[in-house]
Design a protein around this ligand. Structure first.
Ligand code: MTE
Ligand code: MO
Length: 208
């Protein structure tokens, strides 16, 4: 049985400040759409963990499933209500990796060098998923298939499409959009759209 988590905001206060509701599902990303074969798909889990591992597609399918019913909010001001994502919750992945006590953040890696950063507290939210389906259909390549991250409580740029790696870090490190001016955390309710990444930290690179 698949459990379902409804994390939609109650109607009266449903739309975050500065957002507009869209019925369509816009496609938005930097670069081209990579084609990732399910048989070729891998997830590398490493960094500050006791047990780094690589997950294959077959192994992924054996993990427990969960559905998250959520609203999504893009920093370019569109919001889309009532998205039913289905996939794998993060808890079993985190458990298997065995995080070291120094781990405070995670850098998400995707195809074509895309990255995005999350504090651990945002990464472990129970509605987050390694998503495989949207509204009952497999994720299309345009929307990040075969596997994308979904972090519904933050702006949608944190929900990396074409997911391929999770790297646990002992400090925050700006990902792709964060290096290009977006906020390090990206809470839509606080309108955390833009930030000021530390240029010294970007030059040094993440500490591993
Ligand atoms: N790999 C990758 N993931 C990405 C992006 C990207 O450029 N590359 N853009 C992000 C942004 S800004 C948004 S709004 C969402 C858009 O997802 P969608 O095209 O499924 O609506 O993907 C996010 N994930
Ligand atoms: Mo976005």
């Amino acid at each position: 049985m698949t459990s379902r988590l409804d994390v939609r905001t109650p109607e009266a206060s449903r739309l975050p400040p500065g957002q507009i509701v869209t019925q369509k599902w816009p496609v938005l990303h930097y670069g081209t759409v990579p084609r990732v074969e399910r048989t070729e798909w891998r997830l590398e889990v490493g960094g500050l963990v006791d047990h780094p591992f690589t997950l294959t597609w077959d192994e992924l399918l054996k993990l427990p499933r969960q559905e998250s019913l959520c609203d999504i909010h893009c920093v370019t001001r569109w919001s889309r209500y009532d998205n039913l994502f289905s996939g794998i919750p993060l808890a079993p992945i985190i458990e298997r990796a065995g995080l070291r006590p120094e781990a405070t953040h995670v850098l998400i890696h995707a195809e074509q060098g895309f990255t995005t950063n999350l504090p651990l507290a945002d990464f472990v939210m129970p509605a987050n998923l390694l998503a495989l389906e949207h509204n009952g259909e497999p994720l299309t390549p345009e929307h990040g298939g075969p596997v994308r991250l979904v972090v519904p409580h933050l702006y949608f740029w944190k929900s990396a499409k074409w997911l391929k790696g999770l790297e646990f870090l002992g400090e925050d490190y700006p990902g792709f959009w964060e290096q290009n001016g977006y906020h390090m955390r990206g809470d839509p309710w606080g309108e955390e759209r833009y930030g000021r990444p530390d240029p010294m930290r970007m030059r040094r690179g993440p500490r591993r």
